[in-house]
Ligand binder design. Structure first.
Ligand SMILES: Nc1ncnc2c1ncn2[C@@H]1O[C@H](COP(=O)(O)OP(=O)(O)OP(=O)(O)O)[C@@H](O)[C@H]1O
Ligand SMILES: CC(C)(CO)[C@@H](O)C(=O)[O-]
Ligand code: BAL
Length: 288
């Protein structure tokens, strides 16, 4: 596996041509990330082959001033070993100075989608994400890029950006990989105390229950109330937002008629966890 530590090395690796699929990450890798690598490989196989590159870059511009940039988990040596075992062809590990040159003035912002939901909890977050993903696309020039459905709004923002700006990159959505007890894998899980870790699967239990309720015809307020009741019963869970939105557009809904996405953002100690579930009311067509 080739290790590229700056843009120049990445461009050299890219230059022979052929198809390339990119897996953008912030490192501290787990099986969710490795599932993105596997999906990227499978997509390449359907296209006649090519190479997979994973980027590891803790992007400062998507963190707010009071967020966890300084304590974000980092584990470069182990990440490289995991990617090697997963059959990744290259890893891109740029420095902040290499990605953000002094005096840069240009940002990419997907307006409406970035301001709602997590965008309200983390102002500027999706501008940072869209800008760095654009830069990664320009450096790597991938044919496809894989993103996890756990970060549902991020996936929507990236899809909108690629469509709006005519970026020639196919976006590959990847289902959420979970621990045996249902907790969505996340790099931040390793910052949970043992008690918080034991409490956190309440998110998946609440989502299971809400998904069943929607399938059985429950309305918006009953479903929302059930989510609040189940998560609120867990003393270590500090609910930051619970939303039920149209699964295709993320817009607000007055009633559940079409597939919805249930979006949770809940703090355990100082760790903000997110999770999501698409739910289908009886008779509604699929969203994908
Ligand atoms: N459990 C998971 N299953 C599938 N994809 C995932 C999972 N967790 C993260 N991803 C995806 O991996 C990519 C990189 O995410 P990132 O490096 O931020 O990891 P993370 O585990 O989500 O970390 P964080 O703790 O910041 O939420 C994103 O596209 C994200 O959606
Ligand atoms: C897409 C991404 C790598 C951009 O920094 C990040 O937001 C993430 O890890 O999901
Ligand atoms: N997976 C999203 C990256 C972040 O929380 O900043």
């Amino acid at each position: 596996m080739q290790i590229c530590r700056d843009k120049g090395a990445m461009r050299d690796w890219r230059s022979p041509g052929g198809r390339v699929a990119l897996v953008p990450t912030m490192g501290a890798l787990h099986d969710g990330h490795l599932s993105l690598v596997a999906h990227a490989r499978r997509w390449l196989d359907t296209q006649g082959g090519g190479r997979v590159v994973t980027s590891i870059f803790v992007n400062p511009t998507q963190f707010g001033p009071n967020e966890d940039l300084a304590t974000y988990p980092r584990d470069e040596e182990n990440d490289i070993a995991l990617l090697e075992q997963a059959g990744c062809d290259a890893v891109f590990l740029p420095t902040v100075a290499d990605i953000y040159r002094p005096g840069a003035q240009t940002v990419v912002e997907v307006t409406d989608l970035s301001r709602m939901l997590m965008g309200r909890l983390r102002p500027g977050h999706f501008r940072g994400v869209a800008t760095v993903v654009t830069k990664l696309f320009n450096i790597v020039r991938p044919d496809a890029a894989a993103f996890g459905e756990k970060d549902y709004q991020q996936l929507a923002v990236i899809r909108q950006m690629v469509a709006d700006l005519d970026m020639p990159v196919e976006i590959l959505p990847v289902p959420t990989v979970r621990e045996a007890d249902g907790l969505a894998m996340s790099s931040r899980n390793r910052r949970l105390s043992p008690g918080e870790r034991a409490a956190a699967p309440v998110l998946n239990r609440a989502l299971d229950q809400a998904q069943r309720m929607v399938a059985e015809g429950a309305g918006l307020s009953a479903t929302r109330a059930a989510l609040r009741r189940i998560i609120g019963a867990e003393p270590l869970a500090d609910i930051r937002s619970i939303d039920i939105r149209d699964a295709a557009t993320l817009s607000r809904i007055a009633m559940i008629q079409a597939p919805v996405v249930i979006l949770l953002a809940v703090r355990f100690g100082d760790v903000l966890l997110i999770d999501q579930r698409v739910a289908h009311p009886k008779g509604a067509p699929d969203v994908r």
